[in-house]
Design a protein around this ligand. Structure first.
Ligand SMILES: Cc1cc2nc3c(=O)[nH]c(=O)nc-3n(C[C@H](O)[C@H](O)[C@H](O)COP(=O)(O)OP(=O)(O)OC[C@H]3O[C@@H](n4cnc5c(N)ncnc54)[C@H](O)[C@@H]3O)c2cc1C
Length: 478
């Protein structure tokens, strides 16, 4: 019997886990994937939105602005790559100026620092590659870019360091009400708990609807992206947004926290909650639309494409509250964009609800600080030499594109909630994120996982489930 079971180890579930670990409370996270950061939290724009776009007075607006304000401090505390680079929403013709003004008014009402710039010289000085027909922009200095993987992993790791238990490959399939709370049924046994937090992303409606007569509905809204090679991030200084439409914030062009350039996302509603394959129409659309706002995008440097699924709730609002007809079941549902930005505030809100319900006392041993994995290629020459002298594995480069050493991969494997798959290593260290997309380093990484985790070669996966990479030896087929 635990006090709280959190379903889902994306940014929402991990933020809730970390905030709850500030208290003396027994928390367990159940995740159907083989790792944290398994679903939408790994495939998004990585923008810490300023908060001018969310509906005035909504919970979404409140948590967006709060989360954005928490991000600089949190990134220092948990060693998360984060750059507050600011953003432009661009207006390409005079007729759209009213829409830009409406966005400005929303920003002001949400308490966000925003400015409309109509001086073309100033716009071009700030963004030399802005499209020639841009007549005005909405400037929001508080916008930032954050590494979405590290944000998710760091919050989960820190929660684990402070006593939260994580169970992977554990899919929740049903619930039974008990006298003291709930029995949670999974493919990996049954768990008893006083409270449940439903942070299951695009599946939060499915779980909610198992316990409540007041149904909710979440549509998976797919967004395709193109990612360009490292170094291209300098093409723009800020995140460049199109004017928002009813489908969201439109196609953006942004540097990432690691210096790549990212184009996307599209917005297409789909039935299948697992359909994360990109489409040629989507990629063509985003390339065409990105070019409307930023010129001379170096498209020859595209190194990969990917898609993520927004958990679009019918009322386009975060649902964070105890379900009225299912006491002890707390929804954290409809967490679409700006969910990444809002996640620290979402965690705080959910922990606040549970603190009151369970009468929680502070955990005197809570340590909110997390040391990240050393990025040895960012060290100066002397510090790197010193590191290699003490730990020779840091002198052994495994991923040549991103210059990631064996030392970093060993750290990723052995730290709390360590990596067990190729993608697990990739998201923690960036080995495999570069221009060859792991063509060169994957055999070396597989070898390290095999030796360090004692997982057989043919059981090592790209990202859990049936994604094995080695299916037999050459001679098997002879
Ligand atoms: C295209 C796109 C662009 C975006 N851009 C931004 C942005 O720039 N800035 C921003 O702030 N936000 C952005 N977002 C939104 C942000 O990515 C999400 O709001 C956030 O990642 C949601 O996190 P989550 O933890 O709620 O969901 P998820 O990350 O989806 O996590 C849910 C977890 O629950 C697990 N799960 C599901 N069902 C079960 C079950 N039955 N049992 C056990 N586990 C289960 C899943 O495996 C998953 O790991 C974007 C989203 C998309 C799709």
């Amino acid at each position: 019997m635990v006090d709280v079971i959190i379903i889902g180890a994306g940014v929402s579930g991990s933020a809730c886990a970390r905030e709850l670990s500030r208290y003396n409370v027994n928390v367990c996270v159940l995740e159907k994937g083989e790792d944290v950061c398994y679903a939408t939290s790994k495939a998004n724009s990585g923008i810490a939105h300023a908060g001018y776009d969310a509906k005035v007075g909504s919970l979404m607006a409140k948590l967006n602005v709060e989360g954005n304000k928490m991000m600089p401090e949190l990134s220092k505390e948990l060693d998360i790559p984060f750059i507050q680079n600011g953003s432009f929403v661009v207006c390409n013709n005079q007729e759209d100026l009213d829409t830009l003004k409406t966005l400005y008014d929303k920003g002001v009402a949400n308490g966000v620092d925003v400015e409309i710039i109509t001086d073309r010289n100033r716009i071009v000085e700030m963004e030399p590659n802005i499209a020639d027909n841009v007549v005005a922009v909405l400037y929001a200095p508080a916008t930032g870019v954050v590494c979405p993987f590290t944000l998710n992993i760091a919050m989960a790791e820190n929660a684990a360091m402070n006593g939260v238990d994580f169970k992977f490959n554990t899919e929740v399939v049903g619930f039974e009400k008990t006298d003291n709370g709930w029995k949670v049924l999974t493919n990996n046994g049954e768990f008893e708990t006083k409270y449940i937090v439903n942070a299951a992303g695009v599946y939060a409606d499915v779980l909610h609807n198992m316990v409540s007569e007041n149904k909710i509905h979440i549509t998976a809204r797919r967004g395709d992206y193109c990612l360009l090679d490292k170094g291209t991030g300098k093409h723009v200084n800020r995140t460049i947004f199109a004017l928002p439409s009813k489908f969201g914030k439109g196609i953006l062009v942004t540097p990432t926290a690691h210096g790549n350039l990212l184009l996307g996302p599209t917005a297409v509603d789909i039935e299948d909650k697992e359909a994360t394959a990109t489409t040629s129409e989507g990629l063509n659309e985003l390339i065409a639309k990105a070019g409307l706002n930023v010129k001379d995008i170096p498209l020859r440097k595209v190194i990969t494409s990917f898609a993520g699924l927004r958990a679009h709730e019918d009322n386009h609002e975060f649902i964070i509250k105890e379900v009225e007809d299912a006491k002890g079941f707390i929804d954290c549902a409809g967490i679409e964009s700006p969910g990444l930005t809002s996640s620290p505030a979402i965690g705080k809100m959910v922990a606040g609800i549970l603190k009151e319900k369970l009468g929680l006392e502070p955990n005197p041993n809570f340590n909110g600080k997390r040391e990240g994995i050393i990025a040895s290629n960012e060290l100066d020459f002397n510090s790197r030499q010193e590191l290699i002298k003490n730990k020779p594995a840091y002198g052994n480069i495994v991923c040549r594109c991103e210059m990631i050493s064996e030392g970093e991969i060993l750290d990723a494997i052995h730290r709390p909630l360590g990596a067990k798959s190729l993608d697990g290593v990739k998201r923690r260290t960036r080995a495999g994120m570069g221009r060859c997309q792991s063509g060169f380093c994957s055999p070396r990484t597989i070898d390290l996982i095999n030796k360090e985790c004692k997982i057989a070669m043919d059981e090592i996966t790209k990202s859990g489930g049936k994604s094995q990479i080695i299916v037999g030896t050459n001679k098997d087929s002879l």
